[in-house]
Design a binder for this molecule. Structure first.
Ligand code: AMP
Length: 297
């Protein structure tokens, strides 16, 4: 393995700089991967960087806490920011460029143009976070136009986001490929999230209920259960067994359009959101594609 600690990494703060760096790479015939993030990087982000480094010649990690995708009562102000730690992390993983623009660089004017994916954004998190996905698809469109990658990497952890972005790329003919990596988890199954650091130690323990509920769902699906309500009820029971966990939703949907189903077919998405105190956590099971996250053989 190459020693990555001495690997050079550029931190670029302006659109012009990143465009120039990518143009130079492309002129040399190199394949460019983009990993969009909001920073506070952890192994979940790391796994996406690893995928990009393995598949592309140049890996760009964007770090931008996008104000457009936070609601007024959400955690934009307290969202963790640590560019120094993130830089070391990206360097270790072999990324080549960090694109870390300021709010002013990304939004010099209050944006009057938005990109909206309809229907897929209406349920699940979209129902509880009005405006969130318009903020996401608008900033991701900007990042795609600014960086111009061949491949962009997203995590299954944010299943609805991945589906919405894939649909946007298909609908609007973005000239790039979307790749979705599996959810990286703690030993006890909790999905890694930059927001896990908000949890008290009691909440942290209770938070495994999301994973445990989805594991129950995977077991039912393995047994051939076809009734979505049976799966939903089993996940709910696990969430309800933890007093610190307040369910926001448990949905069993078709992964292609994220709409509720009356009968489970070949592929199904079981998605969960819950509040633990002030912290909102999400997790999901995409069955059978990511079954192995829950059933270890
Ligand atoms: P964020 O910084 O939270 O906006 O996440 C940036 C990217 O990392 C998104 O594509 C997320 O889906 C992905 N991601 C976040 N947590 C995980 C995780 N535990 N496993 C895999 N990917 C993740």
């Amino acid at each position: 393995m190459t020693d990555r600690s001495t690997h050079a990494i550029s931190i670029l703060r302006t659109i012009q700089e990143v465009r120039q760096a990518v143009a130079e790479a492309r002129a040399r015939g190199l394949k460019v991967g983009l990993v969009p993030t909001m920073g506070a990087l952890h192994e979940g982000h790391g796994s996406l960087i690893d995928l990009s480094v393995a598949e592309c010649d140049v890996t760009v990690v964007s770090i931008f806490v996008n104000p457009l995708q936070f609601g007024p009562a959400e955690d934009f102000d307290r969202y963790p920011r640590d560019l120094e730690a993130d830089t070391g992390f990206c360097q270790q993983r072999g990324a080549d460029i960090i694109f870390a623009p300021t709010d002013e660089e990304m939004y010099p004017l209050k944006p009057r143009t938005h990109v909206e994916v309809t229907e897929l954004t209406e349920g699940l998190c979209g129902a509880k976070r009005p405006g969130h996905f318009v903020g996401v698809t608008t900033v991701v469109t900007k990042l795609f136009h600014i960086v111009g990658p061949d491949v962009a990497y997203f995590g299954q952890k944010d299943a609805q986001q991945a589906a919405v972005i894939q649909r946007m790329v298909d609908d609007l003919n973005f000239p790039l490929e979307i790749r979705v990596g599996p959810t990286v988890r703690e030993e006890d199954g909790l999905a890694l999230s930059s927001r896990n650091r908000y949890l008290s130690s009691e909440e942290r323990q209770a938070a495994t209920a999301l994973y445990r509920g989805l594991k129950e769902a995977a077991q039912l699906l393995d047994r051939g259960v076809k009734n979505p309500e049976e799966v939903q009820a089993a996940v709910r029971r696990v969430l309800q067994s933890e007093p610190l966990v307040e369910e926001e939703y448990v949905e069993v949907v078709d992964p292609s359009d994220l709409q509720p189903i009356s009968l489970i077919g070949e592929s199904v998405l079981v998605a969960v959101a819950a509040h633990l105190g002030k912290t909102r956590l999400i997790d999901n099971l995409l069955y059978p594609r990511f079954r192995s996250e829950f059933i270890r053989e």
